[in-house]
Write a new protein. Structure first.
Length: 423
């Protein structure tokens, strides 16, 4: 990595704490990713992106800002990135996949709270995330109580705009959500100083659809036996999708897919055709949270899809590109985003129904449901998911974990026993 220290210092990072963070990442990445055998060659680009995670992309964000551009951070796939892009902004998914700064965080948040919430507070209080420090605004949502209340506290450190996300999907909820999207557009216009036009939103929808289509193409290639790419590599790409340059990322995913198609034609896979095929379902796995996928694939099983927000929930569902007015484009966005099957909705039967379809489509042998500790929506909904799987005769394993490593051996034992049963 080039020397980015001046850039980090100018961003106000705590350089010592940041150094420690950067030292921890390469060994983990090596163990989890670089020891995999028979990886597609086109994963080189994604390895490069991780290697430059606090370097090149941050430099690009700074250049954008120097030219008057704005950077908007988000924590949830409900926030319509198309709107940010249509006003000339860059939308960045802030990761929150690592435990950091717990001491400081626990002074203002309860100890027993979802690790994702603790993580984003830890990154901000500790001043160790250059993405966070590059943001002109962060966008929160009222998806769950923990997040909703934590955003009030976060607002003391950085401007936060909160979108009210509905918890049901009736006509009146749709109307509320449409209004929220329009208010969000006004806020973004205000921050960027650029008007959103029907033409700029249409182009942004086209670009974002292209990114989602590339990810859908990747997902559909994973339906083949033997799987042409590991679940860990696929998850990494889904994580990088949240913050990389949209056009470049789309091109690189499509290049990877070209290679995967060649692999499929020649029968090349990353695991034997009879390896147990798993669908991961549950809370999002933000970078660098690779603990459970690493444990699963270390048993010789292969993850073939993620029914998660770092996965299919992020890229299933495109926005129509033929809206004849700004009003119609906003309505299309509202419709598309309200279809996301997050566990904060009640009822959320579409999620279990989609999961059952995915098991068929991806020729899966079982489901592993992973909830983050203290996440009520997903931990409670795990019971519905389990019930649906049992009724359909699909083996399921339910796990609950956090970002620590203390439970690794215990998780390994349970995952190994489950995968052995699927053989
Ligand atoms: S799980 Fe729900 S709250 Fe979390 S990112 Fe996904 S949609 Fe947003
Ligand atoms: S993982 Fe659960 S508790 Fe944590 S932010 Fe998401 S919905 Fe809320």
């Amino acid at each position: 990595m080039s020397d980015y220290r001046k850039m980090w210092a100018d961003l106000g990072l705590d350089l010592d704490a940041h150094d420690q963070l950067l030292q921890a990442l390469p060994p983990t990445y090596h163990d989890v990713y670089l020891t995999q055998t028979n990886r597609p060659q086109k994963m080189d680009y994604f390895d490069f992106v991780v290697n430059e995670i606090h370097g090149l992309r941050i430099q690009e964000l700074q250049q954008h800002k120097q030219q008057g551009g704005k950077v908007i951070g988000t924590f949830c796939v409900f926030v319509p990135e198309e709107i940010v892009r249509s006003a000339g902004g860059i939308c960045i998914g802030l990761c929150s996949g690592l435990e950091t700064g717990s001491g400081e965080v626990e002074k203002i948040l309860p100890r027993q709270i979802c690790p994702l919430i603790k993580s984003f507070m830890g990154f901000k209080l500790g001043k160790i995330c250059p993405y966070f420090e590059s943001c002109d605004l962060v966008v929160g949502e009222t998806t769950c109580d923990g997040k909703k209340k934590a955003f009030e506290l976060l607002n003391d450190y950085i401007p936060v705009h909160v979108m009210e996300t509905p918890q049901m999907k009736r006509e009146r909820d749709y109307k509320l959500w449409l209004k929220e999207i329009k208010d969000f557009a006004v806020k973004i216009e205000d921050i960027t100083g650029q008007k959103i036009t029907a033409a700029s939103l249409k182009q942004s929808i086209i670009d974002t659809n292209a990114k989602r289509q590339a990810l859908l193409r990747l997902a559909s290639l994973r339906r083949h036996k033997p799987a042409p790419i590991s679940g860990k590599d696929s998850l990494l790409i889904e994580q990088i999708a949240m913050y990389d340059d949209v056009t470049r990322f789309t091109q690189k995913v499509n290049e990877l897919c070209d290679e995967l198609e060649e692999r499929i034609n020649s029968g090349t896979g990353v695991a034997p055709a009879n390896a147990p095929r798993i669908i991961l379902s549950g809370t999002p796995m933000a970078i660098p949270n690779w603990k459970v996928p690493h444990i699963i694939e270390s048993t010789g099983a292969i993850i073939v899809a993620e029914e998660m927000c770092t996965g299919l929930r992020y890229f299933e569902g495109l926005v129509p590109e033929d809206a004849s007015s700004l009003e119609e484009a906003y309505a299309n966005l509202a419709q598309r985003y309200l279809n996301i099957n997050c566990a904060v909705f009640t009822p959320n039967n579409n999620r279990t129904q989609r999961l059952m379809e995915l098991v068929e489509e991806y020729q899966a042998d079982g489901v592993i449901h992973v909830s983050l500790s203290f996440c009520d929506p997903y931990s409670i909904e795990a019971t519905q998911v389990e019930k649906a799987c049992r009724q359909a005769g699909i083996p399921i394993l339910k796990l609950e974990t956090d970002y620590g490593q203390e439970d690794t051996e215990q998780l390994k034992t349970r995952v190994e026993a489950f995968c052995e049963m699927l053989r």
